[in-house]
Design a protein around this ligand. Structure first.
Ligand SMILES: [Zn+2]
Ligand SMILES: [Zn+2]
Length: 147
């Protein structure tokens, strides 16, 4: 089913639908990300898919690009690494990560109040935003020293 416009397509976004459209390479990369304990760098991903026949970095980067466009994976700038999205309603355009600088885990979440604040600011300041990505850096519960 085709949606008449992009806005509506975003509105009805779901991961199951997006997964059905993946190519073999995209599926391979997505499976690796889904099975990982935390964010993975591009070369770790390349290592993991090499046996399945994906040998060139551009193939991996292309697959990562498409997965991000579909909201199935995100790039975490701080770590220069990628994670599978685990929020089914996420379309990849507005995401917050809580990143632990000790163990490197990254928890994804979203917040309607925060999104509303950002949307208002964009409108008031005539900024055409493409992506909202907030990275919170600190220590996860497991890595905090006992108090
Ligand atoms: Zn997401
Ligand atoms: Zn940690």
């Amino acid at each position: 089913m085709e949606h008449p416009n992009k806005a509506e397509a975003h509105h009805t976004h779901d991961h199951a639908g997006a997964k059905n459209e993946l190519t073999r390479n995209e599926r391979l990369v997505h499976t690796v990300l889904e099975g990982a304990d935390g964010p993975l760098g591009a070369y770790a991903i390349l290592d993991a898919v090499r046996e399945a026949g994906m040998r060139s970095p551009p193939q991996v980067y292309r697959a990562l690009e498409r997965l991000q466009q579909r909201g199935l994976a995100h790039r975490i700038e701080r770590l220069n690494a990628f994670v599978a999205c685990r929020r089914d309603e996420c379309d990849g355009t507005a995401t917050i990560f809580a990143i632990c600088e000790n163990c490197g885990c990254a928890r994804e979440f979203a917040d309607g109040t925060f999104d509303g604040f950002v949307t208002d600011w964009m409108r008031d300041n005539s900024f055409a935003m493409r992506l909202s990505r907030c990275e919170l850096v600190g220590l996860c519960l497991a890595c905090q020293p006992p108090s």
